[in-house]
Design a protein around this ligand. Sequence first.
Ligand SMILES: Nc1nc2c(c(=O)[nH]1)N[C@H]1C(S)=C(S)[C@@H](COP(=O)(O)OP(=O)(O)OC[C@H]3O[C@@H](n4cnc5c(=O)[nH]c(N)nc54)[C@H](O)[C@@H]3O)O[C@H]1N2
Ligand SMILES: Nc1nc2c(c(=O)[nH]1)N[C@H]1C(S)=C(S)[C@@H](COP(=O)(O)OP(=O)(O)OC[C@H]3O[C@@H](n4cnc5c(=O)[nH]c(N)nc54)[C@H](O)[C@@H]3O)O[C@H]1N2
Ligand SMILES: [Mo]
Length: 756
Amino acid sequence: MEQRTTTASHWGMGEAVTVDGKLLRVEPDPRDPSPSDLLRSMAGMVYSDARVRVPSVREGFLAGDGGAGRGQDGYVPVSWDEALDLAAREIGRVRETRGNEAIFAGSYGWASAGRFHHAQSQVHRFMNAIGGYVRSVDNYSFAAALVITPHVVGPLRPMLRDATTWPVVAKHGELVVMFGGVPPGNMQIVGGGQARHRIPGLMRKCLEFGVKFITVGPQRSDADAALDAEWIAPRPNTDTALMLGLAHTLLVEDLHDEAFLARYTVGWDRFRPYLTGEADGVAKSAEWAAAICDLPADTIRDLARRMAAQRTLILCAASLQRADHGEQPIWMTVVLAAMLGQVGLPGGGFGLCYGCNGIVGQPVNDYPWPSLPQGRNPVASFIPVARITDMLLDPGGAFDYDGREYAFPDIGLVYWAGGNPFHHHQDLARLREAFRRPEAVIVNEISWTATARHADIVFPVTSTLERDDIAMSRHDERIVAMKRAVDPIGEARNDFDVFSGICARLGASEAFTEGLDAQGWLERLWEEAREVGAAHGIPLPDFADFWEAGSIDLPEPPEDKVLLAGFRDDPEANRLPTPSGRIEIFSETVQGFGYEDCPGHPVWRAPYEWLGSVEAKRHPLHLVTAQPITRLHGQLDDGEMAQRDRVGGREPITLHPADAAARGLVEGDSVNVFNDRGACRAGLRISPDIRPGTAVLRTGAWFAPGERRNDPDVLGTLAEVGNPNLLTRDKGTSRLGQGTSAQTTLVQVEKFRGVG
Ligand SMILES: Nc1nc2c(c(=O)[nH]1)N[C@H]1C(S)=C(S)[C@@H](COP(=O)(O)OP(=O)(O)OC[C@H]3O[C@@H](n4cnc5c(=O)[nH]c(N)nc54)[C@H](O)[C@@H]3O)O[C@H]1N2
Ligand SMILES: Nc1nc2c(c(=O)[nH]1)N[C@H]1C(S)=C(S)[C@@H](COP(=O)(O)OP(=O)(O)OC[C@H]3O[C@@H](n4cnc5c(=O)[nH]c(N)nc54)[C@H](O)[C@@H]3O)O[C@H]1N2
Ligand SMILES: [Mo]
């Protein structure tokens, strides 16, 4: 019998269609104007060959190998009781012998939508119930931006929520300059879910009002083709130099707004000598920038003049700051906008991370819906999230972060639930070495990801469609009942049940469950949501009625928002949360940290590898590891969209026709992509719409159907299907932000002559 049930995911709301308990497909909600095709991949993920079906223990672990076989071992199926006993024994032992400071459960990752079964909330609550854990701070997405913005204009997250909306740009804007674009493929995703994907439509609407778009970056496709955007393609990682060249042009042609700089900023006088070259003998002129960016100087001058002549919004994508010195393009975007003097005007100023998701620039509300309480973590120790390998390889070692020095904790046990470090981290060979250090590694996973295959104990867990949950994201326009559509696959259980089981063995049941089962928690969360709703004038029905209804529409959000409009109106009454209360072109605080790689004002510093470096002689292609259009990171790689996109069973890599020809390569070839850190294979696509000297290999491929899946070395499998993090370098953006610098990578590509 056919059944339809509502569901929600990071890629949108939908309806699961089952017949006799088998999932056929997930259909998009008909009210979604731009639904994501990723819904079509969900059935493939649920029934994937790669599902973890039973609790499993690594062979070498049972033989006491001290971790040496992680990533290369086979697994032994065990009963749930045995696995839970083992996990409780390991956690208990590490806790007793080395304390909770020796447990790392940062467990970074996107997990799945849903307020209760959210894996990070579950694992952190569990860890707090048993005495705490070493955590991680910031994220892979925009860590450098998170750390630099409070020094310059104020914290990033409120700026994302309060970003100037596209309807305002349509009405008041004239020019939008998008560094790193606003890739339409990325707009499919909002963490926690999104009922209506409006951004593609809202951006296209700008055209009707005569707004012009320019995209700056290695790929033309970073702008929606329908926008007919102009395309400027500097060398990757040189945007800061380009922005300095624009700033210099504004200055020497007297196109900058001195009155704005005087009233709303501090430190212009400290930055100006750097720009003119008075400070270091190098004028950051259009010619200077042209040589670095490999663009005509006239293009830069012309762009500066057009920006000054019109109402211009400058956007800087998060990708620019996932690079060596990633703090600089963010800071320089703000400075450039300040020089134009349009900050706080409708359709002018700057915007950060618009390409990150469907919230930034879409009209949104902000409701503090409840989430699973995390409890208190008594362990103070933390790492910036992308310093995981450094931590495991260098216990006790010192690291810098945002003006202070810290020491890496000495980790005995790693617990991961809802994230995939062997997807998200850089230089995976180095990460593997690091993952072999702890006494024990425990992972809850849906699938046999590379991370699961580095664990000693693997718990099989349910995915979204195998359990009941509630989607209520702060910024969404609908609350959705995420209903269980199919039975759990194999012996999979919910993360909550895994942690309840371990807690029962460690005498922490009451602290973790508070006597409630999953249904009890859903009802408690719903009662709290009703209180939040009541406080915001949104009456919510009782749980049974909500569940029956399937979803509840929330009030339409306000359409018009202008970032920093209040500050512009009255900079005294609406001081910015920076030390001076104004935009800091020069930051005494940052200068005071004494970091050569992030001084007191924005600077151009050559990245550790780039097309202008000597290294480019041996590895002459800049590797862009953009977000995958056909999946979410590693999630859904086993689904229809990602598998259909493969070229000869491998992840596609895109080269410019000239670069392909120079290597004797044709479309569809299997290629070898390599540098000194590693190598992987990929399937060749050729496109004139990428900058010569650039190669695009999107992140996240790991699923190999059939034979290749059984490679005993899981990194070997990643190399075969085409995973770029075998090639990326593992170094912080700077001593300030310590974010990932994945986008700073050079490679060479050659025809693959091996088997397959
Ligand atoms: N080279 C390079 N690397 C990058 C980036 C880049 O631009 N270039 N981008 C980075 C960015 S921005 C990010 S955000 C990260 C993303 O990195 P991650 O967030 O770690 O990637 P995901 O694949 O989303 O990992 C989520 C994992 O959780 C599992 N999961 C889902 N639901 C559940 C659940 O309910 N319970 C449990 N236990 N598990 C669940 C999924 O199977 C999946 O393996 O990657 C980063 N890595
Ligand atoms: N479908 C899908 N959507 C996603 C995700 C996903 O996995 N799948 N992940 C989500 C997450 S977690 C995040 S954080 C956001 C990330 O959002 P972004 O960081 O905006 O996304 P990216 O795709 O990494 O990068 C956007 C573009 O930047 C360009 N670029 C790379 N290097 C440079 C450079 O040096 N200069 C310039 N000017 N451009 C450069 C590339 O051409 C790339 O396509 O996306 C989100 N959206
Ligand atoms: Mo991200």
